[in-house]
Each structure stands twice: as structure tokens, then as C-alpha cells.
Write a protein that binds this ligand. Structure first.
Ligand SMILES: [Zn+2]
Length: 411
């Protein structure tokens, strides 16, 4: 039972050519004409296999493959087709095209499954045009409010709802979970671990928990010349010390802890004026919820003891809990890697995915393949054809394993 590698690659590159950027990436943001064209291309390919497409009220696209009448629950495979403004050709697209390839291979080779298959394209996964990210799967899973998400605006002031209607992607089906046996997503790792170790398959056991903070450090504005150093309320000096302490805290934790200060701004931001205040973001991640909480407690403690004359305000912006994928789905993937004779490691995803939301309502797991140097959200994103083939092959075998196991024992 082999997938068709050439067909997989050919379709992947055909989608990649829709809104291709000058540097070989893609710019296909949610519900733009390019996104719609990619969806229509997919629907046309699927229709030749008898796939029936429908959108839900968030613009999530589902293609149903029911060759015979059955009461068995479907297995869902899929990912997303939207990209970052300077995105790559693999992030998301690969999971959708691999899903279609697996379904076509199953039909061609007359593999009879107990369970029907659904191919899903989740809407606005990237969050590049409309915030937040993973909006379609978030509403589908009941974790985000459709009413609120409809109001989200792009930079031109167009709302999500207007874009849905305008692009023809608003469907009659309510965006909410329906009965499914399992959800599977194959994706490039978007990190360097598989590439560095030359292992073709990552069996993903979960997704790191995340906390976001916005920290404001207030001092006092002064002219750069007259005030002696000892008489200043220097928010910059305090901020550098605080950030140093945050790094020390995270470095002392195990190597699964991640700290990112992605935004750092001084106000008013003039060369010869000591800033009145600095504002920086804190993104802290760990795959263990207890350890993540310890790190958060540690960070908050460091932020509560400013020097004299300095004030610190901390705003907690967001928490995405640690996600543990379904054990039986993970086992089915592991068994698939053995059957396919492909080396694998278990790993936790550092990036967010639609599967993080799905896992909260459906038995879910993910398969990772390497991407060159871990580069992603970048036009230079690249995955080796052999690895693209390997991931799809493992997806196919996982579906077969799940379909067999589910006969005896529900997930
Ligand atoms: Zn993605």
C-alpha cells in the first residue's frame, strides 16, 4: 500500500503556484481570491473521487467521502490552505494535499475501511489577516465565539463576516463539532529537531502550553545630558536587569522551557531622551502545565520587586493550555511508523495548530516531518520530497490502523 509520491508533489506545487511570491513562497491569506482559488482547485480534484464539499458558518471546508452507506463515525484528516504574507509552500498545504493523496490511494488500491473519511480545510489558521489564529477550528471546537470572531477586522477594516460572504465561503452548516472517530493532521515540524537529527517522522504527543504577558516598566523622562546617572529613574536599566533575570529563570529549567521577548519598545523613543517607559512582551512555553505554572509564578515574582523610583505593570494577555493528544491515535501513528519502517521520535509541538483545538473535542494526534533548518513562516520554507512522501505514507497507515482498532474498541 503506497501513496503516489509524484501526484502528491505535483498537487502541492500546483497549490504553491497560486499567489506565489517573488522569493518562491506563497501569500494566500484567508478568504483572499488566492485562498478561494486554492480551495476550488482542491474541491475539483476531490470531486473526481466523489468527494462532496460543504462550508460551515466559519468558512471551514469539509469534503465528505462516503462511498457506501455506513453508520460508522468518520475519520477526519486535514490542515489549512491559508498562509502568512511571506509564507512557505508547505505549512498547512502539505497536510491538506497529503490527506487527499491518502484518500485517493485508498480508493485506487481498493482498501476497504470501516470508517468514512472527511478532508478538512480549517479557515484562517494563520491569523495573518484576521486575529486570532486558528479561528475556524476554535469556533468549531466551541472554544471561540463565532459572534466575536465575525467582528474581527483586517487592516482595511473588512470584518471576517464580510470576507466570508464576499469570498463565497459562508456555508449553511453551523460551525460546531460533529461526531468523528478521530482527527489526524500531518504537518512540517516548523522547528529544527527532526532536520538536525535526520529522523523523518515525529510522532506528536501534544502541544506546549503558552502564556502571554505585556510588561510596562515606568521610570522618568529626562534629557540625556544634565541628569547624573545616579539621579535617574532609568526604565531601560531596570528592563535590561529584569529581562536578564527572566532568562536566568528559564535557563535553570529543563530544556523544554521557552522564553521569547518578541516585542520591546521605548517611549517616546528619542535618541537624546531617557524613555519614560518601556513595554515588552513575554511568551513563555512548556509542555508540562505544572512546570509552566511554576515558570509563570517565577516570572511574576521577578516583576513584583522593582527598584526604587520604578513602577512595573503586568498584563496577562492569553493562555493556551498544554494539549495532550489521544493515546490511541498516538499508538496508531507509532505502529504505522513501524509498519512503514520509518525511524521516528515522539515530540511535543512548539507551534500552535488547529489540532490543539480539535484535541479538546475529538480524539486527535499529529504527524510531523522535517523542514530544512526548521525554517517556517518564511518563503524559504522547504521539505524534502522523500519526507513529504514518508509523512503521507504514515498518515495512510495510521488511518488503516485506527479503522481496524476502532472495530474492537472505541477511542
Ligand atoms: Zn500550519
Amino acid at each position: 500500500m503506497k501513496i503516489n509520491k509524484d501526484r502528491l508533489l505535483d498537487r502541492l506545487f500546483q497549490i504553491g503556484e497560486i499567489c506565489e511570491t517573488n522569493n518562491g513562497g506563497s501569500n494566500r491569506q484567508a478568504f483572499t481570491p488566492g485562498d478561494v482559488q486554492a480551495r476550488e482547485t482542491l474541491v475539483a480534484w476531490a470531486a473526481k473521487l466523489g468527494g462532496v464539499a460543504e462550508c460551515d458558518s466559519m468558512g471551514n471546508l469539509f469534503i465528505h467521502f462516503n462511498r457506501r452507506e455506513t453508520a460508522a463515525l468518520p475519520i477526519l484528516v486535514g490542515s489549512h490552505l491559508d498562509t502568512q504574507p511571506t509564507g512557505g509552500k508547505y505549512d498547512g498545504v502539505y497536510g491538506v494535499i497529503a490527506g487527499l493523496e491518502v484518500i485517493e490511494s485508498i480508493y485506487e488500491q481498493n482498501i476497504v475501511l470501516e470508517h468514512p473519511l472527511v478532508l478538512a480545510v480549517w479557515a484562517n489558521e494563520e491569523g495573518a489577516r484576521f486575529r486570532p489564529a486558528m479561528m475556524g477550528s476554535g469556533v468549531f471546537s466551541g472554544k471561540l465565539s463565532q459572534t466575536e470572531m465575525y467582528q474581527s477586522q483586517d487592516q482595511q477594516g473588512m470584518t471576517y463576516y464580510e470576507a466570508l460572504v464576499d469570498s463565497g465561503q459562508l456555508g449553511a452548516r453551523p460551525a460546531q463539532v460533529f461526531p468523528l472517530l478521530a482527527a489526524l493532521e500531518v504537518h512540517i515540524e516548523q522547528g529544527p529537531i527532526l532536520d538536525a537529527t535526520s529522523i523523518p517522522i515525529g510522532v506528536v504527543t501534544g502541544i506546549q502550553g503558552i502564556h502571554w504577558f505585556e510588561v510596562t516598566v515606568k521610570g522618568e523622562t529626562t534629557h540625556a545630558g544634565p541628569t547624573p546617572m545616579s539621579m535617574r529613574k532609568d526604565a531601560v536599566r531596570s528592563t535590561t536587569q529584569i529581562i536578564q533575570q527572566l532568562y536566568q529563570l528559564v535557563d535553570a529549567e529543563d530544556d523544554q522551557a521557552r522564553l521569547t521577548i518578541g516585542q520591546l519598545r521605548a517611549y517616546p523613543g528619542s535618541v537624546n531622551t531617557l524613555p519614560s517607559h518601556l513595554r515588552f512582551s513575554v511568551d513563555i512555553r512548556h509542555p508540562d502545565e505544572d512546570k509552566l505554572q511554576q515558570l509563570v509564578d517565577g516570572i511574576q515574582a521577578k516583576l513584583q520587586s522593582p527598584e526604587p523610583g520604578i513602577e512595573i505593570a503586568v498584563n496577562h494577555l492569553w493562555h493556551s493550555p498544554v494539549i495532550k493528544f489521544n493515546d490511541k491515535c498516538i499508538q496508531a501513528i507509532q505502529k504505522a511508523t513501524e509498519i512503514c519502517e520509518l525511524p521516528s521520535i515522539t515530540m511535543v509541538s512548539g507551534a500552535g495548530h488547529d489540532s490543539a483545538y480539535l484535541a479538546q473535542v475529538i480524539p486527535t494526534a499529529m504527524i510531523f516531518i522535517p523542514c530544512h533548518l526548521g525554517i517556517s513562516h518564511n518563503e524559504a520554507e522547504y521539505a524534502h520530497p522523500d519526507h513529504l512522501e514518508a509523512g503521507a505514507q504514515v498518515l495512510l497507515q495510521t488511518i488503516i490502523n485506527l479503522s481496524t482498532a476502532a472495530n474492537k474498541d472505541s477511542l
